[in-house]
Design a protein around this ligand. Structure first.
Ligand code: ADP
Ligand code: MG
Length: 357
């Protein structure tokens, strides 16, 4: 028999009065995994973390960690679980005393505490002379690192993060995303991370769970969630996407409004007569000189061009009135795009078919 997962949730339900915040959640998280939960505001992400760390009680179900059932265990007796909160630092105390705080609670002697605090400064790539610096003298990014060092001083088996970077500016967020991923690799700990940012999830995670209204819509590795979402919700949540309504005919040829399909191109996902969505991400749609070179093509008109930094996005209206988004690298920009009539092409191996439109 397979070894049971490190952290297991079975039928976890949480209700507030007659409102169901979580509907029977089943989840397995492996030891050492970087597991990210993504979902819109109000979907139940924080509620789930609060149950996992013991800040709130489950309504029904079970939570197991290793060999133990922990859902009835009070928060302070779940030493394996630690929520990372940068705001909970003591501003009047030094960086060193903040990091040592968990060790002090455990009554470790001062010299041992200091050694560990300095190791954690190294691990977080903060200079050792920060040991005596006051929190109030640290920048936002430095505080985040100190808070992380302190969370690690508890030596938890699982670290939980509830949108720790959402209040930071873009540059710092990007830096800390990479540092967190790196820290995960260096510590080997299990990280459970919540965000509403798709990019953040994609950069850091081994697996991603997409949450909607108290349920998981899909749980998979980032590439699959992005490239093979199982619903319109997941496809749209994971960034810009084109979803064309199609119907399968005999032999798996997909037909949709305005779509020209190259002879012999079939996709087996849908049964004959079944409706679905043909998904193609904006970066896989080409401006075609010769439509016959592509499995799928359609005609349209460019309505607008938007600069996205290294890329450029085009908003196109197909001949049938469907909005299509195309992205190109800056050097592939279209000359005089406004109102230009274009043919768009893409190939079947760059698409994904979603059942049930
Ligand atoms: P997220 O973290 O995904 O934004 P939350 O888990 O905080 O969402 O909230 C999920 C839902 O549960 C929301 O509709 C929220 O209003 C509700 N909720 C959360 N905590 C409570 C509470 N203590 N009492 C009543 N409703 C709550
Ligand atoms: Mg939340």
């Amino acid at each position: 028999m397979d070894k049971p997962a490190f952290l297991r949730l079975r039928g976890v339900v949480k209700t507030f009065g007659d409102f169901s915040a979580l509907h029977s959640i089943d989840l397995d998280i492996e030891e050492g995994e970087f597991f990210t939960i993504v979902g819109p505001s109000g979907s139940g992400k924080s509620t789930l973390i609060r149950l996992l760390v013991g800040m709130d009680e489950i309504t029904a179900g079970e939570i197991h960690l290793r060999d133990a059932r922990i859902d009835q265990t009070p928060a302070n007796l779940r030493p394996t679980c630690m929520v990372f909160q940068s705001l909970a630092l003591f501003p009047h105390m030094s960086v060193g005393r903040n990091i040592e705080f968990p060790l002090k609670i455990r009554k470790e002697p001062p010299d041992r505490r200091r050694v560990r605090a300095l190791e954690l400064l190294d691990l977080l790539r903060l200079p050792r002379d920060f040991y005596n610096k006051r929190i109030s003298q640290c920048s936002g990014g430095e505080r985040q690192r100190v808070a992380l060092a302190r969370a690690l001083a508890f030596d938890p088996e699982i670290l939980f993060f509830d949108e720790p970077l959402s209040a930071l500016d873009y540059r710092l967020r990007k830096t800390l995303e990479k540092e967190l991923k790196d820290l995960h690799a260096r510590t080997g700990k299990t990280f459970v991370y919540i965000t509403h940012s798709l990019e953040e999830a994609m950069v850091m995670s081994d697996r991603i769970a997409i949450m909607k209204e108290g349920r998981f819509e899909q749980i998979s590795v980032a590439d699959e969630i992005y490239g093979a979402p199982n619903s319109r919700f997941v496809a749209e949540f994971m960034g810009e996407v084109n979803l064309l309504n199609v119907t399968a005919s005999d032999g798996g040829k997909l037909q949709g409004q305005g779509l020209t399909v190259r002879d012999g191109v079939t996709q087996a996902t849908l049964a004959s007569g079944q409706q679905g969505l043909l998904m193609v991400r904006p970066e896989y749609v080409q401006f075609a000189q010769d439509a016959s070179q592509y499995d799928y093509s359609l005609n349209g008109k460019i309505l607008a061009e938007y600069a996205l930094g290294s890329r450029v996005q085009y908003q196109i209206e197909s001949a049938d009135g469907q909005a299509i988004t195309v992205e190109k690298l800056r050097e592939e920009r279209v000359a005089d795009p406004e109102n230009k009539i274009v043919t768009l092409g893409f190939n079947a191996d760059r698409t994904h078919v979603i059942e049930d439109a």
